[in-house]
Design a protein around this ligand. Structure first.
Ligand code: TMP
Length: 382
């Protein structure tokens, strides 16, 4: 697979291809990639920006309400703060002090500064933790890392570095895709070079067993096909852990057999979508994609399709427009041109925002356009 977010314009050098092989621990059912790509290659120039969508705004509000109920949030540090969108919202909801940490120079330099969000441009490591303490001397109420922990190879080091900035009352929130949902909904297209880990609670408990932090509370959210917020506290915190931890542990379903079925079904889904696109093309229909997500890179490369099959993929992210889908000759076009281009079918590769995509393109479907949804089953929306 190419790196799924390596969106490049004509003439810009492309990083190479990497093996994507998922290994599963038979004991704690954690999934992990066998090959690790240097994070500097993946994240220094990063086109992924948090979607400024209604779905995301709703999620930020729910997350804020959950975390603010856990502890009144004044000072927040976000690890993997991307373009500062979440911190901007959290500041509007009432956080007095915010600080982001992110390695993407293109996002920190432009977006965070434009939003007035202070940010340290770095991968999160011991130096960044120490700089955080210098920059934000007040006790930190919340350390938040959304969809970051699954990108980390050395978990123990990460937890140790988090502990450096954690006071007795700090809540640490790691929001991650939940392996239980990944397996259950066959979200195989989320398996790519950036996602090194497919997390189970069993694995998390094991990891934390000899650390200074423990699992305090677990909350499930529907965002991105099913995520969990793991709330951690220092072992000397006074509040007792919530019953949610044991409840989740008891209901977690992703055995080795479940993971094997996941692999088989993934292959079936790849074959099903490829056959559908080929059939539609043979009938002279025009097929495009909607949402140049990393998932779209994974699907298109797995199916081995080209521009003659999928004309283009529409996306609202300026950083992706006028690039090609990594590993292919398929261009990314401005989302604003979708309606006027009037293709016959559009594969929704932003399926995690499906209801929003449907609502905003009602006119297109009323005019006869049809969406194809690839996950959990390949299907045409009628
Ligand atoms: P993600 O699933 O990795 O967040 O990627 C979703 C992609 O879809 C992202 O590049 C933004 C894009 N998108 C649109 O272009 N229009 C939309 O309405 C939505 C919700 C997402």
């Amino acid at each position: 697979m190419p790196l799924p977010n390596a969106f490049r314009r004509d003439g810009e050098p492309m990083p190479g291809h990497y093996p994507v092989e998922l290994l599963v621990c038979p004991r704690c059912h954690l999934g992990q990639l066998s090959a690790i790509v240097d994070p500097n290659v993946m994240y220094t120039n990063y086109p992924y920006v948090t979607s400024p969508s209604d779905t995301m705004k709703e999620h930020f509000k729910r997350l804020w309400d959950t975390l603010n109920a856990e502890r009144k949030i004044n000072a927040v540090v976000e690890i993997g703060s991307n373009d500062g969108l979440l911190l901007e919202h959290f500041r509007n909801f009432g956080a007095q002090q915010v600080l982001g940490i992110d390695p993407a120079e293109n996002l920190v330099d432009v977006c965070c500064i434009k939003r007035g969000i202070p940010a340290i441009c770095s991968l999160f490591n011991r130096e960044a933790a120490e700089e955080t303490l210098d920059t934000m001397p007040a006790p930190i109420d919340l350390i938040l890392a959304r969809h970051v922990f699954c990108h980390i190879d050395n978990w123990r080091q990460f937890i140790d570095d988090v502990t450096v900035i954690c006071s007795k009352n700090t809540v640490v929130c790691l929001e991650v895709p939940y392996a239980h949902d990944t397996v259950e909904n066959c979200e195989w297209d989320t398996v790519y070079a950036e996602h090194l880990n497919y997390l189970t609670l069993q694995a998390m408990e094991h990891l934390l067993s000899d650390s200074a932090l423990h699992l305090h509370h677990v909350v499930r959210f529907p965002i991105h096909g099913g995520a969990i917020a793991l709330l951690l506290r220092r072992n000397d915190a006074v509040e007792p852990p919530s019953a949610s931890v044991d409840e989740f542990l008891a209901s977690e379903r992703c055995s080795l057999e479940d993971w094997q079925r996941f692999g088989q079904k993934a292959n079936e889904q790849i074959g099903a979508l490829k056959a559908l696109v080929k059939k539609l093309r043979s009938e002279g229909k025009r097929v495009v994609g909607y949402g140049a997500s990393a998932k779209s890179t994974v699907w298109i490369n797995a199916m081995g399709l080209r521009r003659s099959d999928i004309e283009c993929v529409y996306d609202g992210t300026p950083q992706k427009q006028y690039c090609t889908i990594p590993g292919t000759d398929i261009p990314v076009r401005h989302e604003g041109a979708f309606y006027a281009d009037a293709a016959d079918y559009a594969v929704v590769w932003a399926w995690n925002f499906l209801s929003e995509v449907i609502t905003k393109n009602k006119k297109w479907t009323e005019g006869g356009g049809k969406f194809i949804v690839p996950v959990p089953e390949v299907r045409i929306l009628e």
